[in-house]
Design a protein around this ligand. Structure first.
Ligand code: VLP
Length: 134
């Protein structure tokens, strides 16, 4: 049985979100707002189907996918660049590769103790986020 990421999670730390946003080409004004946010994630995991809703007072982002099935991702409200995304299990880590205009784009989710971890990658930048259960 794989790990279960289901639940409501609140951001507690966010290292190099600025570098990640710069790599994505997010403009200065948007970055100033975005870096102040404390997003919440609601994750629903049902077999190989995932629902990850990231919400904030500024913008929301909903991602739904099935493990091993490539899908078109629009990144609406983020950088708005389309990419082809594929999420797979690597041991107990959920790994997403986002193929498109930006090199080395993707993310990894895993659980560590009671915390949810997220590494966001784009070009040569890595952002590290940690969430606690709400
Ligand atoms: C865009 C870059 C901030 C910054 C401007 C808007 C949505 C894994 C994955 C599921 C993400 C989170 C995306 C963060 C990219 C910010 C609005 C912040 C709130 O999560 O959980 O999509 O990619």
């Amino acid at each position: 049985m794989p790990v279960d990421f289901s639940g409501t999670w609140n951001l507690i730390s966010n290292d190099n979100f600025e570098g990640y946003m710069v790599a994505l080409g997010i403009d200065f004004a948007t970055r100033k707002i975005a870096k102040m946010l404390k997003p919440q994630k609601v994750i629903k995991q049902d077999g190989d189907s995932f629902y990850i809703h990231t919400t904030s007072t500024f913008r929301d982002y909903l991602l739904q996918f099935k493990i091993g099935e490539e899908f078109e991702e629009d990144n609406k409200g983020l950088d708005n660049r389309k990419c082809k995304s594929l999420v797979t299990w690597e041991n107990d880590k959920l790994v997403c590769v986002q193929t498109g205009e930006k090199k080395n784009r993707g993310w990894t989710h895993w659980l560590e103790g009671d915390d949810l971890h997220l590494e966001l990658r784009c070009e040569n930048q890595v952002c590290k986020q940690v969430f606690k259960r709400a």
